[in-house]
Write a protein that binds this ligand. Structure first.
Ligand SMILES: [Zn+2]
Length: 249
């Protein structure tokens, strides 16, 4: 049994390694959260992964991105991430897509994971996932805190959980680095928060891929790394959310 790469995972009853292996996944974002998420995914047996990101590696990424190395600065994040992740699991088929997620035209996936750093891109992915009936696992971090939301077909989405202040900042692109053509406030970020949030995302993705959405965390899971707490807050479909027109009375 020790020759079977996934023997120890097969001992967890509800994990379906065959379905995980066959799930076609999109990871939106190849920054810190994308690095941790893809790392966990390939080690967990996810094999078919597209990674979309338009950015290039910067020196300040290196404190949080497990698959980036000194010397990668200036290279495309999605390409570096795909290449290094394949080192971790050579059977993986990881396709880098060097573009904004808003320019993605193909949504032929079983599962979408959001590892994005700005509200408008996350709303874009959320809307497309809901429209195409795809499960979407969104992750976000801010310094020592973070959150994960699982959006399942027919359930509440990211926009159901958003409010006016979110919308007002929709056009700001929050990032840990500064892009030359976009105003980008630098946000605090730290690897242990990133690791926790990515791990929760991939755990939820394992449930979805295994056909066990009944086990998924409902609502939004909040992590506070300063006081060491994790709480899940329930969420209902917002009747005014434009992503659920069929649910209106
Ligand atoms: Zn909604």
């Amino acid at each position: 049994m020790d020759s079977d790469r996934f023997d120890r995972m097969r001992r967890i009853g509800w994990l379906d390694m065959d379905r995980i292996s066959l799930s076609r996944c999109l990871v939106a974002g190849a920054g810190a959260l994308g690095n941790e998420t893809v790392k966990c995914m390939v080690l967990a047996g996810f094999r078919k992964i597209d990674v979309v990101d338009m950015d290039r590696v910067a020196g300040s990424n290196l404190s949080r991105c497990v698959l980036f190395r000194d010397g990668d600065e200036g290279c495309r994040k999605s390409e570096v991430l795909a290449r290094r992740a394949k080192d971790l699991y050579p059977d993986a088929e990881i396709r880098p897509i060097n573009s904004k997620v808003q320019d993605l035209t193909e949504w032929d996936y079983d599962l979408v994971l959001g590892c994005l750093d700005n509200f408008s891109a996350r709303m874009h992915v959320n809307s497309h996932a809901v429209y195409h009936g795809l499960p979407y696992v969104d992750g976000a971090t801010d310094g020592m805190t973070g959150k994960v939301q699982v959006v399942l077909p027919g359930g509440p989405c990211l926009q159901c959980a958003s409010n006016g202040s979110h919308a007002r900042t929709a056009d700001l692109r929050f990032s840990c680095t500064r892009d030359s053509h976009v105003f980008v406030p630098r946000m605090a970020a730290e690897i242990t928060t990133t690791s926790v949030i990515a791990a929760v995302q991939v755990r939820e993705a394992e449930k979805i891929a295994s056909g066990r959405t009944d086990l998924c965390a409902g609502g939004i899971t909040y992590y506070n790394g300063e006081d060491g707490t994790m709480d899940t807050v329930g969420l209902d479909i917002d009747p005014d959310c434009p992503n659920h027109p069929g649910d209106r009375q």
